[in-house]
Design a protein around this ligand. Structure first.
Ligand code: ZN
Length: 139
């Protein structure tokens, strides 16, 4: 079943740590063994899994993305947020991780981050925790 995490307000460009919210949905599901799928239904945002111990990593990623995709580069898209669309595609709108013995198999230093590239906006992340028993087994 698809659940939603709502982010009531974002800043212009930022990473938001949603690890606790996601892990809470994993626990609520009661699923011992499976996969947690994460999906961002937006075109100027993304989701990533990366270091959550040192917050300067998130700043560095945002800073380097600015260099790769400048805010103004003679884009054709007239809405003025072409850079945010490109960063969304580069970073990706899906992630997943495995669940084993009821625990998320994330690395020690990994956190799950919603990536805002065109705020402030109200955003959401869709979460589907799938039981391993429902996956297809080849005969
Ligand atoms: Zn646009």
């Amino acid at each position: 079943m698809v659940k939603e995490i709502f982010i009531s307000s974002t800043q212009k460009r930022q990473f938001i740590d949603i690890t606790d919210k996601v892990l809470s949905l994993v626990r609520e599901s009661g699923i011992e063994s499976g996969i947690c799928f994460l999906y961002v239904p937006h075109t100027t945002a993304a989701i990533t899994i990366n270091e959550n111990a040192d917050h300067s990593v998130q700043k560095d990623i945002l800073k380097e993305l600015e260099k790769i995709v400048p805010l103004d580069d003679n884009y054709s898209h007239s809405e003025g947020n072409a850079a945010a669309h490109i960063k969304s595609t580069l970073s990706g709108i899906t992630q997943y991780f495995f669940i084993q013995d009821g625990e998320a198999k994330l690395g020690t230093w990994q956190g799950i981050f919603f990536c805002e590239f065109d705020g402030p906006r109200r955003r959401q992340v869709l979460v589907n925790v799938v039981n391993e028993d429902t996956t297809y087994e080849a005969k």
